[in-house]
Design a protein around this ligand. Structure first.
Ligand code: NAD
Length: 471
């Protein structure tokens, strides 16, 4: 794995104009490499290069772009081991999970390659032919978070390229290297300037969101940042796709078969050490099953092997960064002080890495920070309920609206409950599953717009109605 990376602007590797910044390995808490940092002028250069490339890329054929996306997928596949190593090193997740992330990046790229941009015939009459076409927007800015950094970059970049846009990418400064490498690989397959990458903080993201020549921002990250982006993007009426924070509720109905659901609940709550936007973050369990399910979750938690992601046999890695690690500790301590019962975990592991074991918190309810706020880490509050109407109201009584789930045996009943949840995706007997053909996005403070499938693809386009007079 190399430790020296460049920005890419106009097809060329470029050194950062600002001082490089350290990237921390969360398994040690120590710097392992420096990342080049772009200046606001380099953001301008990247946007100018993308705008220049757009002049011809927008007219490339569907067939050409499909073929290029498949070649990009081949390149990711050929470099899969290296990319997975980088993800584990800077993000912290166990290597097997990083390999899954790279596998997802390949699958999403291939699926997106094959998506068709539809032309809808609105009217075909003696008077006229009216067709709805979809054209690319221009320069798209992609801003990504640190939890699934490679996968999310792919989710942003591939539909943008497939529809004929050019792209400027800015990865999280906590996990920049996988995306720098990805963009280097994509650059080998596309004309100069079609994809560009800048890095850093200190106004780099804002230089993009306020840029007059960027037509759309696709952003995945926290709600406060999403709000700032929306304000800053107003001047040239940028299109926005905002995939923001979540605080997903899961409701376990009285008839749930615990043998069938306990493992799924654990896995989807603790996916990526709980650092997943649509992880199950508040678990509501009917009183008749409460203790039994808590016991099972604790059993599964205790089977996890917590350690550095690079180590063989490790199933549970560190929290990605110190701020998130401190927040998780703080929320657990607050819950403890409020009288909650910490059934397992509940204390950071000694040492300099950001290790926090899977933590199950019982005898806790709404109104506690751990329930009301997005913990985005390895701790799950389990909340008792007795009445279905009441639990639906409590699940919905949260500003976020990303995902939600219902766990039960009677699917018709589960459906009725799921239909009443205020969120972009509802799962029954599952949670946190995203698929390249299923549109995914949030409502309320979790954002707007969707990714994936045809609906996600069309968010990178401007519709144009063509009307031909016949009589
Ligand atoms: P963050 O908002 O702190 O940062 C995300 C990105 O935005 C980074 O690249 C950062 O440099 C950049 N940024 C920061 N301030 C900016 C500004 N003012 N203007 C423009 N860019 C700016 O989020 P994070 O801590 O990296 O990610 C964790 C959050 O992301 C959680 O809330 C999680 O739920 C959410 N998330 C949502 C989804 C989803 O699909 N809805 C997916 C993954 C993560």
């Amino acid at each position: 794995m190399k430790t020296k990376y460049s920005l890419f602007i106009g097809g060329q590797p470029v050194a950062g104009a600002r001082d490089a910044f350290p990237v921390i390995d969360p398994a040690t808490g120590e710097r392992f490499a420096d990342c080049p940092a772009a200046s606001p002028e380099q953001v301008d250069q990247a946007v100018a290069a993308a705008a220049e490339a757009f002049k011809s890329w927008q007219y490339s054929s569907d067939e050409e772009r499909k073929a290029i996306l498949h070649r990009i997928a081949d390149a990711i596949e050929a470099n899969a081991d290296e990319l997975a190593q980088i993800v584990t090193r800077e993000q912290g997740k166990p290597l097997a999970l990083a390999q899954m992330e790279v596998g997802g990046a390949i699958a999403w790229t291939r699926y997106t390659a094959e998506l068709e941009i539809p032309v809808k015939v609105i009217e075909d009459s003696e008077q006229r032919l009216a067709e709805l076409h979809h054209k690319p927007l221009g320069v798209v800015g992609s801003i990504t978070p640190w939890n699934w950094p490679l996968m999310i970059a792919v989710w942003h970049i591939m539909p943008a390229l497939r529809t004929g846009n050019t792209v400027v990418v800015k990865p999280s400064s906590l996990t920049p290297f996988n995306t720098l490498r990805l963009v280097e690989l994509i650059n080998e397959q596309v004309p100069a300037g079609v994809i560009n990458i800048v890095t850093g903080e200190g106004g780099i993201g804002r230089a993009m969101t306020g840029h007059p020549h960027i037509r759309k921002i696709v952003f995945t990250g926290s709600t406060p940042t999403g709000q700032d982006i929306m304000r800053n993007a107003a001047d040239n009426l940028k299109r926005l796709t905002l995939e923001l924070g979540g605080n997903d509720a899961g409701i376990v109905l009285p008839d749930a078969d615990l043998d069938a659901v306990a493992m799924g609940i654990f896995q989807t709550a603790f996916l990526n050490m709980g650092q997943t936007c649509a992880a199950l973050k508040r678990l509501y369990v009917h009183e008749s099953q409460y203790e039994a399910l808590c016991n099972r979750l604790v059993e599964i938690a205790k089977q996890q092997n917590v350690g550095p992601g690079v180590k063989e046999g490790v199933t549970f890695g560190p929290v990605q960064n110190k701020a998130q690690f401190d927040l998780v500790s703080e929320l657990v301590e607050d819950a403890r002080a409020q009288g909650a019962n910490i059934l397992c975990g509940g204390a950071a592991l000694p040492g300099s890495g950001y290790f926090y074991p899977p933590t199950i918190v019982a005898d806790i309810t709404d109104g506690t920070r751990l329930v009301d706020e997005e913990q985005f880490g390895p701790v799950l509050p389990v909340i008792r309920y007795s009445d279905i109407e009441d639990v639906i109201a409590r699940a919905n009584n949260n500003p976020n609206g990303l995902g939600g789930s219902v766990w039960g045996t009677d699917i018709d009943q589960a459906r009725r409950v799921a239909a009443r949840l205020e969120c972009g995706t509802t799962w029954i007997n599952n949670h946190a599953e995203v698929l390249p053909h299923c549109p995914f996005g949030g409502c309320k403070m979790s954002g707007f717009g969707v990714e994936f499938g045809e609906e996600g693809l069309l968010e990178y386009t401007q519709s144009q109605l063509l009307s031909i007079k016949r009589a």
